[in-house]
Write a protein that binds this ligand. Structure first.
Ligand code: OSB
Ligand code: MG
Length: 368
């Protein structure tokens, strides 16, 4: 693929308002934007979606930077690739570190599509002209959550996800359901419960949630399977699905009916596409998750979500939900619950150089 240069931009941007879960309050978002440049000056873009601290997964922005600089970029420099699918094998010698791997893989896929002068969605085999969007309301006071939900519905979102945890669950869901009887609503627990809470979680069944996301621990595929036999509400797995092998186990155990697929969490497109195929073959529904990310990752999420199997709305929201000004030149905009795919080559957006400079805290270039 004639890769010549890689640039890492460490960035930091305040959120318009803090995003709260029972595990973390995110007020400012750090991330790494990656540019991979070929010998003709074409540039592919990627993004590290790890957080500053390891609350969602074990990776952080700092561990990702280390992996990219000291391990993954040197591997790419030594071996090179002719096609982005070769990156999986190359990175197989490195255990885990999915988000670091995914960021580089995203950029190489984007570059590959640009080299073919095709949109990335087309290279991936996508068909949807508009992808199904949805928004997330973080934890907080119930009246505040109602107001946020109302504002999001007014902004055109047709599916809302709320964060729940012990002590902030049944009453919150009941109040929201009473306020919005016909809303497509789901609840994400980010592993707040264990199997001992099965009876408590069962009382959520009456509120017709589309699904409950990651109620139990990251490693609890067996417990999720037992919980699913007790709940009518479908379980959706997020943190528990990192590899295609996790997906096979979840299918075998009947641990979920739905999967929240995130490119970063699963290590990039090659792994995501393998998980996607497993879901399609086994009747598991799936949607594309969000990471309070910047526009580069949002544009990748849109490319992925054009695949036919993304038949339910994801956590794909407008750039303006979190950012005053995004770091891409064409911000993502949700209209009537959908986002139009970009038809330019690659992910279809470029960096907003001025904004990137404003939020960049550190920058490094590697010549391959
Ligand atoms: O659990 O899905 C999650 C954001 C950061 C980390 C984990 C999760 C989330 C979200 C999506 O809920 C929020 C968004 O990007 O809009
Ligand atoms: Mg989740």
């Amino acid at each position: 693929m004639n890769l010549k240069k890689i640039r890492l931009h460490m960035i930091s941007m305040p959120l318009k308002k803090p995003f709260v879960t029972h595990l973390q309050r995110v007020e400012s978002r750090e991330g790494i934007i990656i540019e991979v440049e070929d010998k003709d000056g074409l540039i592919g873009l990627g993004e590290v979606v790890a957080f500053s601290t390891p609350w969602y997964t074990e990776e952080t922005v700092t561990t990702s930077y280390h992996m990219l600089k000291d391990v993954l970029i040197p591997l790419l420099e030594r071996h090179g690739v002719n096609h982005p699918t070769e990156l999986s094998e190359l990175f197989d010698s490195v255990r885990r570190n999915a988000m670091a791997k995914a960021s580089l893989e995203m950029a190489v896929w984007d570059l590959y599509a640009r080299q073919q002068d095709k949109p990335l969605w087309d290279v991936l085999g996508g068909t949807r002209e508009k992808v199904l969007a949805g928004a997330v309301v973080g934890a907080g006071a119930t009246d505040g959550m109602i107001k946020q939900t109302r504002d999001l519905i007014e902004a055109g979102y047709e599916r809302i996800k709320i964060k729940i945890s012990k002590g902030a669950d049944i009453d919150v869901v009941r109040t929201l359901r009473e306020e919005f009887p016909h809303l497509s609503l789901l609840a994400d627990a980010n592993s707040a419960y264990d199997l001992g809470d099965a009876g408590h979680l069962k009382s959520l069944d009456e509120f017709c949630l589309e699904m409950i996301e990651q109620p139990l621990g990251v490693d609890d595929l067996v417990d999720h399977s037992i919980l699913q036999t007790k709940l009518e509400t479908p379980i959706c797995l997020d943190e528990s699905i990192v590899t295609p092998s996790d997906m096979k186990s979840a299918i075998h155990l009947n641990s979920c009916g739905v999967v929240n697929l995130k490119l970063g969490r699963v290590g990039g497109y090659n792994s995501a596409l393998a998980i996607y195929r497993l879901c399609m073959e086994n009747g598991i529904r799936l949607w594309c998750g969000g990471m309070i990310e910047f526009g580069v990752s949002r544009a990748h999420n849109i490319s992925l979500s054009t695949l036919e199997g993304f038949s339910i709305p994801g956590d794909i929201s407008s750039s303006s939900k979190y950012w005053d000004e995004d770091i891409i030149d064409t911000p993502i905009v949700v209209e009537n619950g959908m986002v139009k795919r970009f038809d330019n080559p690659g992910i279809g957006v470029e960096l907003n150089g001025k904004r990137l400079k404003e939020v960049c805290t550190f920058r490094e270039e590697f010549v391959l």
